[in-house]
Design a protein around this ligand. Sequence first.
Ligand SMILES: CC(C)(COP(=O)(O)OP(=O)(O)OC[C@H]1O[C@@H](n2cnc3c(N)ncnc32)[C@H](O)[C@@H]1OP(=O)(O)O)[C@@H](O)C(=O)NCCC(=O)NCCS
Length: 172
Amino acid sequence: MQRRDVILRFLAEPTDMNFGGKVHGGAVMKWIDQTGYACAAGWCGSYCVTVYVGGIRFAKPIAIGSLVELRAQVIYTGRTSMHVAVDVSAADPRHSAYSATTHCIIVFMAIDEAGRPVVVPPWVPVEPHDRALEAYAKRLMDLRKGIEVEMERYRPDSGPDDHGSHGAPPPG
Ligand SMILES: CC(C)(COP(=O)(O)OP(=O)(O)OC[C@H]1O[C@@H](n2cnc3c(N)ncnc32)[C@H](O)[C@@H]1OP(=O)(O)O)[C@@H](O)C(=O)NCCC(=O)NCCS
């Protein structure tokens, strides 16, 4: 059966720790990718690859030993892509209150065994909340176009005047 959302819950382990004693940002990014993948694959029934990860803002640190929850849901589908919203929250397992720590949008593309694109089942939002989420995903797509143009200018191989100055700021 087609599934639109996925929830993962587990304890943040000492192996997830960064040098400051909290959960490593890279660990959180991996959990986001894994949860988003499970959600997208569950929706389309195919293998999926990550195409894009939206700006991740780490709003609060996560303590080791926290109960971590990741909620992912498909909020927009294109022809072969699925936009998945992932919300990360954490709680002290001795208390029930979760506190939001991170939110991001991650885009997956469905592919078959030969790596060819697969057309995904459309997500058709009906409820006002779901329609608002779809509109949010579309607005982010539009905003991203400007960001991508700007980032394209930064690439070391982006133009004849560039001399491989990777890491240098683009001309103003
Ligand atoms: C993912 C990949 C196959 C896409 O190939 P491509 O030829 O660039 O594909 P397209 O330009 O046709 O885009 C494919 C889909 O992704 C979407 N997409 C492409 N760039 C995007 C972006 N920056 N943001 C959101 N969606 C994007 C397209 O809109 C399209 O979706 P649609 O069919 O619903 O319209 C290719 O870029 C790739 O192999 N990337 C590496 C993936 C990877 O290694 N991921 C990490 C490990 S899983």
